[in-house]
Design a protein around this ligand. Structure first.
Ligand SMILES: *Cc1c(COP(=O)(O)O)cnc(C)c1O
Length: 373
């Protein structure tokens, strides 16, 4: 074995020893919120398909029709010949929804964050980002080469202190947060971030990956980023912003320029999903109502979003609880460091329009019996 292979073998052993080894498992979605994994049928509480739109007949139909009309793939990057008519329609729909001058669709949410941050700021600039920012935001920050400070999670005083302390020493400043935090389900103070950004002559960027259809758009935020891969049940990322920033990003975002455009099917599905999200209010409210029901049954704090964390502490505790739930027919994945900070391993429950009240009540009963025992 070569020295480098030995090194990675050691690392794998280390992952295994501290219960952080991960493997990819085949999961087949089989209707409603049910999945089959390892031959077992489980009711899943860990999908980001919050409104069940990936299996909505009209969304599926739109994607089939787009494939038939435009083909399976885009054939080139957007700046070459890949920007087919569905891009225009999706971007217009999106900027209408978010009340901005422009919108740009990227390959994914990850690619959007990477490309935007790297394009906007560099060596002489500063980024102030929430402590719990998603990994792809952190990767974008690293690629940008800008000076980077984290502010305490959702702590606007800490953000303002950092602005007071550092803003003048740098050329541009970019403030970054998320609308709904993926692993905690809580909300950022978007209005306050917009206000501080204005006061301190900075850009503001909010990643709305988990908030599509749930949070209110705020066009005082310079860059509203998001994804179609979660609530829209499709695939692709986006940013809504003013025309000037959009023109700049189209010319500077490497992840947009050097990656192939999305398949027409994904764009058509996203267009249809946005249409459903803006009309079907009962569908949109349901995950929030179910999350609230779950929290009240378990007597834990309601996050106000469709994401509810049950923080259990160690990796092993989280894994054990997840395994016990699986034995009872529920799929709830354990979220462990490094995705969350050490000592805060958790079960992350996400609720969707596909769940019923009855299913959530049963889940709550089982969790409370396992959790207190
Ligand atoms: C999921 C997620 C992304 C990545 O979006 P993809 O479209 O899946 O690449 C980006 N930011 C946040 C906060 C996310 O939760």
């Amino acid at each position: 074995m070569s020295a480098s292979e030995k090194q990675i073998e050691q690392q794998i052993t280390e992952f295994q020893n501290n219960s952080s080894f991960r493997s990819i498992q085949e999961v087949e979605r089989v209707g409603g919120a049910y999945v089959i994994r390892n031959g077992e049928k489980l009711l899943s509480f860990c999908s980001n398909d919050y409104f069940g739109l990936s299996s909505h007949p009209a969304v599926i139909d739109a994607s089939i029709q787009a494939t038939q009309k435009y083909g399976a793939g885009a054939g080139a990057s957007r700046l070459i010949t890949g920007s087919h008519p569905l891009y225009t329609k999706l971007e217009e729909t999106l900027s209408g929804l978010k009340q901005t001058e422009s919108a740009i669709v990227f390959g994914s949410g990850y690619l959007a964050n990477l490309g935007i941050i790297q394009a906007l700021v560099g060596k002489n600039d500063i980024i102030l980002a929430d402590k719990l920012s998603h990994a792809c935001i952190i990767d974008g920050i690293k690629l940008s080469g800008a000076k980077f400070f984290r502010f305490k999670h959702n702590d606007m005083c800490d953000l303002e202190n950092s602005l007071k302390r550092y803003r003048n020493k740098y050329n541009n400043c970019l403030i970054i947060s998320e609308s709904i935090f993926s692993m905690d389900g809580d909300f950022a103070s978007i209005d306050k971030i917009a206000e501080l950004a204005k006061q301190y002559d900075s850009w503001s960027m909010v990643d709305d990956a988990h908030g599509l259809g749930i949070t209110n758009p705020n066009n005082k935020i310079s860059l509203q980023v998001g994804t179609f891969s979660k609530a829209a049940g499709s695939y692709g990322g986006y940013v809504c912003c003013n025309k000037k920033i959009a023109d700049f990003l189209i010319n500077k975002s490497r992840s947009l320029i050097y990656s192939t455009a999305l398949p027409p099917s994904a764009l058509a599905a996203s267009i249809k999903s946005l249409e459903i999200i803006s009309k079907d209010h009962a569908r949109i409210k349901k995950p929030l109502e179910l999350a609230e029901l779950f929290c009240s049954k378990l007597n834990i704090k309601n996050t106000g979003s469709q994401i509810v964390p049950l923080i259990v502490g160690t990796e092993n505790k989280a894994l054990d609880l997840s395994k016990s739930l699986e034995d009872k027919g529920y799929l709830v994945t354990a979220i462990r460091p490094p995705t969350v900070s050490p000592g805060t391993a958790r079960l992350r429950f996400t609720f969707s329009s596909l769940h019923t009240e009855e299913q959530v009540k049963q889940l709550a009963n089982i969790v409370s019996s396992l959790w207190t025992s």
